[in-house]
Design a protein around this ligand. Sequence first.
Ligand code: TXA
Ligand code: MG
Length: 339
Amino acid sequence: METVVINITTEYDKALEKSAELLKNGEVVSIPTETVYGLAANALCENAVKKIFVAKGRPSDNPLIVHIAKFEDLAPLVAEIPEKVKVMADAFWPAPLTMIMKKSDKVSNVVSGNLPTVAIRMPKSDYARAIIEACGLPLAAPSANLSGSPSPTNAKYVYDDMNGRIPLIIDGGNCEIGVESTVISFAEDPPRLLRPGGVTLEEMTALIGEIVVDDAVLNKLEDGAVASSPGMKYKHYAPSADITIIKSDFETFKTLCESEDNITALCFDGENEKLSCKSVTYGDESDGYSQSARLFDALRELDEMGATKVYARCPDTKGMGLAVYNRLIRASGFKIKVI
Ligand code: TXA
Ligand code: MG
């Protein structure tokens, strides 16, 4: 299959027209969002959704997020809208925020991975919402990487993974946030944070009170444990290089990196100039948003450089840092050294 790329920043009408046509015909289109690129298909058509799993090589028990353009699109997809969801939607949507609720009969088990719930997100990206509006359908969309690689934050990375597998990629430039949305479940009370992202735990707690942080956010799931979010049991965000997170100050980190041969450092901006080994930077030490915007690109750059052994600086886990740390511990296979 030939994969066409249309740039929505320069060919807006054509991008909307072509993507709407394909989506209405049950095809898969990669779309830009503010978090990462998505692999979208008509959420109400089982055959269309099945094509996403094939293109991505994704296990069929891992459910998909359904993307909507306006609040009115929510009610048909869920059994009921909990009060706290209304408050959250009012305060944050459109946003890098996915809310899980009990699903309605309209949502197929192919989308929900046989769970009784469905995950819904209204993306902040104007391009993403314009595409949803143009086809007039709720769009099921996982991140547009092959299962197991880092989520793509630009159209070139989507092309690298999806060339020949899908008919169309809409190029909307670089993703602003750079890591996937916050996922929080309202199928239970207090609500449960399943994946940290661009809307932070602190922001949500200030609005709705107690939120339980699922164990899998910060820890490796025990073998055989049942995951609250099926995606958490799969290996994720893994570059080929072997990464170890080093919890220490910069001087200790520098000494360690320089005491061994063939280390590549994954460090904060500016620190690279003080290191004699090879390095890749991932944002400002004190700014979680600049780290999230860089992290997945940095992981891909490590692969492109052929890095084999990587020592990574450890981010702070407050605010946006929690999402960065959550992705980095998975990229490292939970290898953390405290010095
Ligand atoms: O930012 C994002 O959320 C991106 C863009 C494209 O919107 N999408 C994304 O989708 O990251 P995906 O499929 O890569 O991650 C969705 C996560 C998975 O870990 C999945 O297991 C979980 O959300 N999930 C989806 N539906 C769920 C449900 N009903 N219950 C529990 N977890 C669910
Ligand atoms: Mg993903």
